[in-house]
Design a protein around this ligand. Structure first.
Ligand SMILES: [Zn+2]
Length: 152
């Protein structure tokens, strides 16, 4: 049974031991232990192609590339998730409460949401890059060179 098969039935609820097997060490610490990756370490900071950002835990579609912006924080940042893709929860780990958010499907921790984002939402979803995968839109695939008048 593949991950995609399980997704079709709704939520992906796995025991910790299985998450440990599926995920890399850093992925596990972020997604299942709410660790935060060091800033400016994710290649996705610079990902500017159009496409979809997926949960690294279960493959759920979380953010569209057109909601991504450069926050300068060193973490991939978005002003809006795909509807219903993430759930939020108050987090009191630091002195100032933050709003944690996680993948609705598998519960994997993604990041924190702050209210200093750009229009139209004014929100900043500050996401751990290691908790995401990027899937480029089909039109980003290299197309075969087919210049006009190529027969000459
Ligand atoms: Zn997930």
């Amino acid at each position: 049974m593949t991950t995609e098969d399980r997704q079709a039935s709704g939520r992906l609820d796995l025991p910790e031991s299985e998450w440990r097997e599926r995920l890399g060490d850093q992925e596990f610490r972020v997604l299942r232990r709410e660790a935060t990756e060091r800033p400016f370490t994710s290649a996705l900071n610079h990902e500017c192609r159009s496409g979809i950002f997926l949960c690294a835990g279960c493959g759920a579609e979380l953010f569209r590339s057109d909601a991504k912006f450069d926050s300068g924080t060193g973490w991939p940042s978005f002003f809006e998730p795909i509807a219903g893709a993430v759930d939020t929860r108050r987090d009191f780990k630091l002195i100032v409460p933050r709003t944690e958010y996680h993948c609705t499907r598998c519960g994997g921790h993604q990041g924190h949401v702050f209210s200093d984002g750009p229009a139209p939402t004014g929100l900043r979803y500050c996401n751990n890059g290691v908790a995401l995968r990027f899937r480029p839109a089909p039109e980003c695939e290299p197309t075969r060179a087919n210049p006009p008048g190529g027969e000459e």
